[in-house]
Design a protein around this ligand. Sequence first.
Ligand SMILES: Cc1cc2nc3c(=O)[nH]c(=O)nc-3n(C[C@H](O)[C@H](O)[C@H](O)COP(=O)(O)OP(=O)(O)OC[C@H]3O[C@@H](n4cnc5c(N)ncnc54)[C@H](O)[C@@H]3O)c2cc1C
Length: 410
Amino acid sequence: MRVISVGNGVAGTTAARLIAERDQGVEVVLCSDEPYLYYPRPRLIDLVGCQVSPEQMPQFPPEWYAQRGITLRLNCRVEAVYPEARRVLFQNGEEMTYDRLMLATGARAWVPPISGADLPGVYTLRTLADGLALCQAAHQAKHAVVLGGGLLGLDASSALLAHGLEITVVEVMPRLLPRQLDAEGAAVLQARLEARGLRFAIGEGCVAIEGDGRVRQIVLQSGRVLPAEMVVISAGVRANTALAQAAGLACGRGVVVDDRMQTSAPDIYAAGDVAEFRGVMWGIIPAALAQARVAAAQIVGESEVRYEEIVPSTTLKVSGIDLTSIGEVNPERPGFEEVRFSQDGVYKKAVLREGRIVGAIILGDRAEVRAINQLIAKGVDVSPYAEDLFRPGFDLMALAQGSAVLRPRV
Ligand SMILES: Cc1cc2nc3c(=O)[nH]c(=O)nc-3n(C[C@H](O)[C@H](O)[C@H](O)COP(=O)(O)OP(=O)(O)OC[C@H]3O[C@@H](n4cnc5c(N)ncnc54)[C@H](O)[C@@H]3O)c2cc1C
């Protein structure tokens, strides 16, 4: 049996590894249009922040693939898939048949239609090539503007500080990380990032990027002008669905899959940022990993393995500031209870429904993240201790593991 994985990101590489390890009789071909061995994209932040060199980016050396019998094809774009003939067409005109196909084509950075967004000096950050270009530009610039105060925009901005630039983050929403934080948490985070040297323009968008032949400044909705020799656009991603669409597979915002990661075409699976399951696309590594595991199991014939929706958990790695946001953090319907703690730049919030934690924000502290994750996963009734959850000294892990007799404060 031959399995071709289109894309060598975390989804494609994980699936290829699992298939090769479970069934050595399978020929696994892993191809990518990028010229690089698999690298975890979060490491791009370390590259931009001068923490790692380009040579340190690959997760595995070339022999790792050879040892597992995985045939790696880099710089090898798949141009077309022919489901009925079970064939793919590579960029170089070569064709190859498959028994099972794994679509792990991921996503690309989205650039909104802002005038001047095509000027030299305007960047996105998705690939290693983007990261290298950003580093080079940062050496020569004095002012940078990052459009987008989401997770990636903040991570990239903080990393760029290592180059000694003056950096302004522009966020059109009224606060940072609106999906992951509430207003109080966003204010705490912004204050901490400002203390590290970032500047913010919150609540107004960028209407134009200007320059003669190269970016020089950006114009905000209010008319305010910010100097910028480089601009980084961090406005979200779009799934790479073109290949699947042209092959006639059912697509929404992503390639539609069922709980076996099966697409609408026989023997074609999809996982990771390109896959859409029940209308949801997370765009994060835990989902890509979980989906790749299911696809790999299905491909080697473990048909009982199914995908279950994950509780989204996001961690922001701005050095010195830990932020974890899990599940429902901004409930807009009645029936929820909130428990908060805020002190010295540390902010914690748990959102409870019927006594169970269904969402949490933990900013400036990592100690309780595991316990909170377990409490959510196990659906522990915390209502007798709701007031005590974030009280210093209260043992959340004991509560999660039921390993100690805990008494609520009288
Ligand atoms: C800077 C950065 C930081 C991040 N930090 C985090 C984080 O902290 N936590 C987290 O959970 N997530 C993070 N993410 C998101 C995470 O990286 C993605 O969810 C993950 O990369 C998705 O993996 P994937 O394999 O589905 O797709 P991708 O990583 O996008 O890989 C898809 C690959 O397929 C290739 N490809 C596409 N089309 C073709 C074709 N036709 N032929 C051949 N190859 C093709 C692409 O070039 C690419 O190499 C971050 C992303 C970035 C960019």
